[in-house]
Ligand binder design. Structure first.
Ligand code: GLC
Length: 442
């Protein structure tokens, strides 16, 4: 059993890493640069599930509602107050550098005018128009990168094997031609999204239902990168993506992948569900965000607009609060890299790209001095971002004849603190050098 798990983990990491190795490491580094700098993306789950406020696609798959009743929501999806410019304004205000919208969820309903014979909001809902084009153009106007979520799973398609949790249509081994028809269909849809909108990022989902060979994951990657060699592809493509996508849970230790992104909801659901009042507070969102960036990741924070296209107030509030905090503390966030390993400081930190600036994140109303261990640099200056207040520090335990650094204490008086989390910037004499030995002579 244990051996099985180890083999699986080894295989899994091999598959993920394999996709990163296919491209020259320098090229991939270059391609991923904007993504590593971006830190924050806004995820949007918008679909017919918002009409009755049921869970996106899963509600019929899991049998909470019949597929027929679920699809009746098509007639209530109006998008009557949809204002893509206002959406993009709010996203910009949040500080996000990219946004990913559900072009098609597992329910198979496309938000664009698909030429394929299947469900889309143009032909089957009162919205009657392409909802993606104006949103992507509003984002581009504001220099925000565009992302396309695309579900490989399509539980409404007659040629897709899976349907309800308890009832699948057929298995691929029984009818390969039928599976081939589905492949042609979904790959045609991918070509449509790719040629209509040319997204900067692809966010696949649902790869777990089939193997890389069955999806033709490698072919998909080639197809998309042929059109746009710089497009970034998330890790849910059975090993053919560029970055890892943990979901709803902050990895406790720093992930080993170069690039990763935590996707997380603002309450407990991806789409609009009025019964779900479990909103995260701005403080919670900010501390989650900071934890993620201190480990070198991005946060893809989700909102779920209503069927008429309005963004619920609770979600707008979170984005605005986060945005105000991001604006005041931008230097310690955007374009930074992962901070010090745990042990040097009781909390999250980030580093400027050249690592001559160290940012410490201090939650809530922490009083008392901050402590840094093993910092083998001279500190040229310390200030609190936002207020710009200068701070003083003291070094203790430094032995003059030893290279072992002393312990740094920084005073952060109450008046110098900023709302939610204070960010303390240390200007170092040269790129950071951390000492991890046990003391003594060296
Ligand atoms: C899961 C769910 C899906 C949701 C996605 C977002 O994979 O299947 O409903 O869209 O997470 O990360």
């Amino acid at each position: 059993m244990r051996k099985g798990i180890v083999t699986f983990l080894l295989l899994f990491s091999f598959v993920l890493v394999r996709s990163q190795q296919k491209t020259n490491p320098k090229d991939i580094q270059q391609k991923m640069e904007w993504f590593a700098d971006a830190k924050l993306g806004i995820f949007i789950h918008w679909g017919i599930y918002a009409v009755n406020g049921v869970s996106e696609s899963w509600s019929f798959h899991n049998g909470n509602i019949s597929w027929e009743d679920y699809m009746k929501q098509l007639s209530g999806f109006t998008a009557s107050k949809y204002d893509p410019e206002a959406w993009a304004d709010l996203i910009q205000l949040s500080g996000a550098r990219y946004s990913v919208i559900t072009t098609k969820h597992h329910d198979g309903v496309a938000l664009w005018d698909s030429k394929e014979k299947h469900y889309d909001v143009v032909d089957q809902t009162p919205a009657k128009r392409d909802l993606l084009a104006p949103f992507y153009s509003a984002l581009r106007k504001r220099n925000i990168k565009t992302g396309a979520y695309f579900s490989l799973i399509d539980w409404s398609h007659p040629d897709y094997p899976g349907f309800l949790k308890e009832k699948s249509r057929y298995s691929i081994s029984e009818d390969y031609d039928r599976w081939q028809r589905f492949r042609t269909f979904f790959q045609n849809q991918l070509k449509e999204v790719s040629s209509n909108y040319n997204p900067d990022l692809w966010w696949f989902d649902g790869d777990w239902e089939h193997s890389a060979e069955e999806w033709e994951a490698q072919k998909i990657r080639q197809l998309l990168t042929k059109k746009n060699p710089n497009t970034v592809i998330n890790g849910r493509l059975m090993g053919w993506g560029d970055y890892d996508t943990p979901e709803q849970h902050i990895p406790v230790s720093r992930p080993e992948f170069n690039w990763w992104e935590l996707c997380m909801t603002t309450n407990d659901n991806w789409g609009w569900r009025p019964m779900d009042k479990n909103w995260k507070t701005p403080y919670e969102i900010i501390t989650i965000f900071v934890d993620v960036i201190s480990k070198g990741g991005n946060l893809l924070l989700d909102i779920g607009p209503k069927a008429d296209g309005t963004i619920p107030d609770e979600q707008a509030y979170i984005l605005k609060e986060l945005g105000a905090w991001n604006k005041a503390n931008a230097a310690g966030i955007f374009g930074t890299r992962a901070g010090m390993a745990p042990g040097h400081f009781y909390g999250p930190s980030t580093l400027s790209k050249d690592s001559t600036k160290l940012y410490l994140f201090v939650p809530g109303n922490t009083t008392g001095p901050l402590m840094i261990k093993g910092l083998a640099n001279q500190i040229n200056g310390i200030k609190v971002l936002g207020s710009g207040k200068a701070l003083t520090h003291k070094v203790v335990g430094k032995i003059s004849w030893s290279a072992v650094p002393g312990i740094v204490y920084i005073d952060l008086p109450k008046e110098a603190q900023t709302p939610y989390m204070s960010v303390v910037e240390l200007s170092l004499d040269k790129p950071i050098k951390l000492y991890t030995g046990k003391g003594g002579f060296n």
